[in-house]
Ligand binder design. Sequence first.
Ligand SMILES: [Zn+2]
Length: 334
Amino acid sequence: MNELLPWLASTFADLQQRRAQGRLAHALLLTGPAGVGKYQLAELFAQSLLCAEPQADGQPCGQCHSCSLYTAETHPDLYRLRPEEDSRVIRIDQIRALIQGMSLSSHYGRHKVVILNPADAMNMAAANALLKTLEEPPADTVLLLITDRPSFLPATIRSRCQTLRLALPARDEAQAWLVAQLANPQEAAVLLALAGGAPLAARDLADEQLARRQELLRGWQQLASGKADPVKLAAEWVKPTLQLPITWIYGWVADMIRLRSGGDGGLTNEDAVVTLQNLAQELDLTRLYGLLDRVLEAIKLANSQVNPQTLMEGILLYWSNLPRNTMTGQAKQQ
Ligand SMILES: [Zn+2]
């Protein structure tokens, strides 16, 4: 399902207006930073061009025969060109096959749409082959070229396209959207900063970081039972930045406090309830609050000149040295 990303809504509306007025360029070059949503916009616009009954705002209906074909990725009037497997290059034979396909008339009497992503992956021969099509495009054809790096495209290609530069949303807008996408919404600000403000890149980063978060939680457990060295772990955890790990630690500690207080609702780490419950029940609530204060202090200092490793060591040493109620631990083992 294609989603109209809120910060691209005005660009989409503008495209629809041009289309309604018959001013749509036959070749559009979508540029802008990685993770802004260029490909998503191209896909949504392509579907809307193919849809038999688009909605009033131009968005595809999602119901018609064309939309079904689109969703099944079998629409005969939609061509997606990308580097083939094991290759980083879009080659001339792919462009030739495309040109041959485009020379046929549209199967459904509407547009034929080409999505070329990333357009800068075309080698010189491929770009030259496409040039002729850009100069004399077949009727009702719309080519959508996508790139983060327009300067890597030959000037001859760029000059034959209408450039549409997509801008990153304001931070508040990006964060509001990201919060709704994440399993752990409190990571939104950090992920967005790490992704340079690009919301989709931030969402991808959250997926990539999932395994690491689990690995760090294992380390956190080992520290509690004296099976890991806090100084050694701290050195690993601050690479490449301590921002995410410290956000995770904050989430674990806040959840341990909720669990120790007898609550189980509103947890950040639903996937780690048992682990956190076991860790929390060995500790006094007061000590957990003391730990939370330290973590908050470190988060505040994280953007200052203080050495990140010193900050992380402080937290991990404090955590591993907390007096634990081993009776509870023994009772659990029996
Ligand atoms: Zn439709």
